[in-house]
Design a protein around this ligand. Structure first.
Ligand code: C2E
Ligand code: CA
Ligand code: CA
Length: 854
């Protein structure tokens, strides 16, 4: 067995020797001898026992023991001053000198003693302490079937302590390394000069699945996101040229195929000739940071876009540093160049003087640096470059740091001029009349309400005037709406020019205007102002080469005297205006209490007339027209009567106001004509000739252009000839709104055979030219001239004149209201042929055939 082993040992020895040779050679290269032979004299007979060996190795004991371990002989290091292990003596089982814990190890060593390895054991030292020793031994056959142990013991002073300390230090160093590497966000790596990865931190290896198998020859760019690889490699190439350390952010591929952002720092190490030895670098996982950064950049980008899209300018004040910045948009908005410093003075100078206090308040708010600040304000500025006036809306708030401290004040600005102007236009339009530019009814009435409320507290007097342009419709109809509009504008302009200082004007409706005269002493003062306005406005006005009449009716009321509430005051002025119009236009009426009674009466009349129409209570009464000489009835006038449910038969006087009301007047004529046509037909059918039956028409009837035809159609439908009829009109119809229609209608009637009578002749405002202008067949002398015919020479003269006028124009004349025989005789004396009156017959309901009440 041993002979088998020897060549192996020899080979190993040779191998070891070669290795040792190299070590020795390398170690001794250029080394000087440390100790000289002169100092420690060698034993010339036995050089191997030279004390130099003792300097190299600790004292060595050689021993030989029998198969049972009993020490046969021990040698000693000749130069050791003391015996380190005196316990090992001849005749002893030297194993006793061993620490019991090491005996087992010794036995194991002994069984494998063919290959003597040094065994570290603890042995009893000279001082009784256990000491470390190196034990080698080998079992040798004695050739007589017995065995001997040959062994050596080396003294290993404190070797084990050192080893332990080293082990501990190594473990500690490993742990330290692990902690510092594992916890360090920067994971180290190295790569060969050709770029192949050599080493890489375990965490990264785990994450990326990078294999460091040298055969894989993995380079960084194999690991990078395709989008980053080219740029990164270009930087690396640059770096190789310049020698500068490189820092790149790149996405590194993970085991799961995803990528993670890493910051790579790398530097190259070169040798003396400048050749690249190795790359050293670190990788730091910055993925979360990068993602957050990207998200922030994206949100900032979005914010920027939003700010631009919204046209917002931003003023940013850093509370901590005191730095103020104006965004480019804000500068553009203000017309400020980029180099103008963002100072408060500069901002203040741009703001409209009236709005500077707003900015001052904003600045004060900012200066307080409150965490909860929020403000909004709109102010006017003059742009720095072109001086244009712009409206700017600002909104400011404070942002807070994580600790809740105010961090910065942000104020956004928006140019809202267009919006503001549009709002202003809308506001203006809501409160004004577009044509005249005056406040409209709602705005004017709101002012009136404010003034009454204020006057209640201050006792200030003020007056109210309402204006109604006379005959605006006639201007519109005759000259077109342009002329009408021009008239309205001219009227407004004149009113404005004439209005007393502080007066509030308004256009209340089509042709109605209002004026509030402030600081008014009394109603006399109002009367004076009204008169002056009336005078001025009456002057004709030329439009498009034509002269326009601009008459106006005015009604006035004074706060306190004629009402204390806005509504009441307005109503008073309105009643006065109505009275002005009713009493013939172009007048001023100040409110008085009778007007209120009249108004009440007026509305009660309207109410009753409405009832009379709807309940079919209207019926004609017929009053005969008589030949004064013969007493013969030549015709009748149909007079309206209505049956009051309680009071019985009523005359038109009870509903007089209704004849002015278009709707009711027309309805009443309608009812009357229905009955009149029916009655005339019944008379004729009964063989009675009623002569001419007259019906009364009011101005309202002529508003309808079709009036004459409608009446004529009605006659035709009723089967009665127009020749049985006469239409009575007063001269006021020539002055009213339907005046143009009147002439046409009367000619139509006349042509169809209906006679035309001019009622109440002598009382109207018409001129005698009407007699030529209209087809008048009959003049009815008004009752007022007949009344005093007996005693009043003047009335007699008028009657005489009218009769002569009629005679010369071939117009029949009939006297109204003949009540006495004397009157009848006088009329006959004056040459008046016909009469109508209580003397000759009372109005009476239809009877078949009617009887005259003489
Ligand atoms: P008028 O057309 O002048 O009618 C004559 C009025 O004198 C009638 O009054 C009649 O009753 C009244 N009368 C007749 N003889 C005498 C007399 O001897 N002495 C006095 N003091 N009065 C006399 P009445 O019926 O009350 O009508 C008043 C006015 O009402 C009428 O005045 C007329 O303008 C209007 N009227 C009457 N009926 C109608 C109608 O159907 N349509 C219209 N539009 N108006 C009518
Ligand atoms: Ca009449
Ligand atoms: Ca009359």
């Amino acid at each position: 067995m041993q002979s088998d082993r020897k060549p192996l040992q020899r080979d190993r020895g040779r191998l070891m020797d070669r290795f040792a040779d190299r070590r020795f050679e390398a170690f001794f290269e250029g080394a000087e001898p440390v100790v000289s032979d002169a100092r420690v004299a060698p034993d010339r007979d036995d050089p191997l026992s030279s004390p130099h060996f003792d300097a190299l190795i600790p004292p060595l004991i050689r021993w030989i023991a029998d198969a049972r371990g009993r020490l046969l002989v021990r040698g000693e290091s000749p130069h050791a001053s003391t015996d380190p292990f005196p316990a090992i003596r001849s005749g002893y089982d030297w194993r006793r000198a061993l620490d019991p814990v090491d005996r087992k190890a010794l036995l194991q060593a002994a069984t494998h003693s063919a290959n003597p390895r040094p065994l570290r054991v603890r042995m009893m030292g000279a001082d009784g302490e256990r000491r470390w020793a190196g034990l080698r031994m080998t079992c040798v056959s004695t050739g007589r079937g017995g065995t001997r142990w040959y062994g050596t013991i080396e003294y290993l002073p404190d070797l084990q302590d050192e080893v332990c300390a080293l082990r501990e230090a190594l473990a500690e160093a490993r742990e330290h390394y692990r902690w510092s590497v594992e916890l360090n966000p920067q994971v180290p790596w190295t790569a060969r000069a050709d770029g192949a990865l050599e080493e890489i931190g375990p965490r990264l290896r785990e994450m990326t699945g990078i294999s460091l198998d040298p055969r894989s020859h993995l380079r960084w760019n194999d690991m990078l996101h395709p989008d980053d690889a080219v740029a990164t490699m270009a930087r690396w190439d640059d770096h190789v040229q310049s020698g500068e350390p490189i820092i790149v952010e790149q996405r590194v591929r993970l085991t799961d195929g995803g990528y993670r952002w890493m910051r790579s720092k790398a530097a190259v190490r070169r040798d003396a000739r400048g050749e690249v030895i190795r790359w050293y670098g670190t990788l730091e996982d910055i993925h979360d940071q990068k993602v957050a950064q990207d998200a922030l950049a994206e949100s900032e980008g979005r914010f920027r876009l939003a700010v631009q899209a919204a046209g917002l300018g931003i003023w940013d004040f850093d509370i901590e540093t005191g730095a103020r910045t104006w965004s480019p948009e804000l500068r553009a908005m203000l017309g400020l160049a980029d180099d103008v410093p963002a100072t408060q003075e500069c901002a203040m100078a741009l703001v409209h003087p009236d709005d500077r206090s707003i900015l001052q308040n904003m600045m004060a708010t900012v200066a307080r640096r409150e965490a909860t600040t929020h403000f909004e304000a709109t102010l006017r500025i003059h742009r720095a470059d072109d001086g244009a006036l712009r409206w700017i809306r600002s909104m400011g708030w404070t942002t807070q740091s994580a600790g809740g401290r105010p961090k910065r004040v942000l104020v956004t600005f928006q140019d809202v001029t267009d919006q503001e102007e549009a709002d202003a236009r809308i506001r203006w339009a809501a409160g004004h009349d577009a044509m005249t530019g005056l406040p409209n009814r709602a705005a004017w009435q709101a002012t009136l309400e404010q003034m009454t409320a204020r006057a209640d507290e201050t006792g200030e007097r003020f007056g109210l005037m309402l204006f109604d342009i006379d005959d605006l419709k006639r201007t519109n109809d005759a000259l077109g709406h342009d002329a009408g509009d021009a008239l309205l504008c001219e009227f407004a302009a004149r009113l404005l020019a004439m209005a007393p200082p502080g007066a509030v004007l308004g256009r209340l409706g089509g042709d109605e205007f209002g004026l509030i005269a402030t600081s008014l002493r009394d109603s006399d003062a109002l009367q004076a102002i009204s008169a002056a306005i009336l005078e001025n406005i009456r002057r004709p006005y030329v439009h498009d080469g034509r002269s326009l009449d601009c008459g106006v009716s005015i009604g006035g009321a004074v706060y306190g005297e004629h009402g204390r509430q806005a509504g009441e005051l307005f109503k008073s002025a309105d009643l006065a205006l109505y009275a002005s119009k009713a009493s013939g236009r172009g007048r001023v009426t100040l409110f008085h209490s009778d007007l209120r009674a009249q108004a009440q009466q007026h509305s009660s009349m309207i109410r009753m007339a409405r009832q009379a129409v709807s309940d079919k209570l209207i019926t004609p009464y017929y009053q005969p027209k008589v030949d004064l000489h013969s007493g013969q009835t030549v015709g009748f006038e149909a007079l309206l009567r209505w049956h009051h449910p309680r009071l019985g038969v009523q005359t038109p006087a009870t509903i007089a106001a209704a004849f002015e009301n278009c709707e009711l007047a027309v309805a009443m004529t309608d009812r009357m004509l229905d009955a009149i046509v029916r009655d005339v037909r019944r008379w004729i059918r009964a063989g009675f000739d009623p002569g001419r039956v007259a019906f009364n028409a009011s101005a309202a009837d002529f508003m309808d252009d079709d009036f004459a035809q409608a009446v004529l159609r009605r006659f035709a439908r009723g089967g009665v000839s127009p020749r049985h009829f006469e239409i009575e009109v007063t001269e006021t119809v020539f002055l009213g709104r339907g005046a143009d229609n009147v002439a046409r209608a009367l000619h139509r009637f006349s042509k169809a055979g209906v006679r035309v009578a001019l009622d109440d002749f002598g009382t109207g405002y018409a001129s005698l030219s009407h007699l030529k202008q209209y087809p008048v067949d009959v003049l009815k002398i008004d009752r007022s001239f007949i009344n005093h015919l007996e005693g009043d020479a003047g009335d007699a003269a008028i009657v005489d004149a009218i009769v002569k006028l009629g005679t010369s124009l071939s117009i029949e004349v009939i006297a109204e209201g003949v009540e006495t025989q004397r009157q009848r005789e006088l009329l006959i004396d004056h040459g008046c042929r016909f009469g109508q009156g209580y003397l000759l017959g009372y109005p009476a309901p239809f009877v078949s055939p009617p009887k005259t009440a003489t």
